[in-house]
Design a protein around this ligand. Structure first.
Ligand code: ASC
Length: 150
């Protein structure tokens, strides 16, 4: 039987290899991948935000579904920001790679808020959804301010 410490090590190595295997055939594919993931996320987040702002009629079921998709898709773009993917059809600023810890911190904060939004949407209270939409939008904005070119 595997010792617990060996199991932990195996788990850690698996995680590392999963991350390292997030490779793309070419930098343009990585750029497309992250843009498309962010687009799918934004479409779903935007729908919920539209409901929160009263621009779209509130439909609790649609909001919950959309927020759940946004929550999941929020995990995806980051694999597309590997080294060497700073050149091409992108507004990504070089600081993403020179200040990666800050970028990663923004990315995880966004995911935390998106998870809260998904929970709020599932619960269906519009006031709570509004609050979570604002918190999530704030994390989008701070990252764009620092790391996305105009
Ligand atoms: C969106 C979207 C963003 C964020 C941002 C929040 O729906 O496309 O980039 O919200 O506008 O400030």
């Amino acid at each position: 039987m595997m010792k617990y410490s060996n199991l932990l090590l195996a788990g850690a190595l698996f995680t590392v290899s999963m991350t390292a295997s997030a490779q793309f055939a070419k930098p343009d594919d990585a750029i497309k991948y992250r843009k498309n993931a962010l687009f799918v996320m934004q479409q779903n987040f935007g729908r919920v935000a539209g409901m929160a702002a009263g621009k779209i009629p509130f439909d609790a079921k649609v909001a919950a579904n959309s927020a759940a998709v946004a929550e999941f898709v929020a995990k995806l773009p980051w694999a597309g920001f590997g080294v060497g993917t700073d050149m091409g059809e992108t507004k990504a600023k070089p600081e993403i790679w020179t200040d990666k810890a800050k970028f990663d911190d923004y990315a995880s904060k966004m995911q935390v808020e998106m998870t809260k939004l998904s929970a709020a949407a599932k619960a269906g209270n519009l006031d709570n959804i509004k609050q979570a939409v604002n918190a999530t939008a704030g994390t989008c904005k701070s990252c764009h301010d620092d790391f996305r070119a105009k």
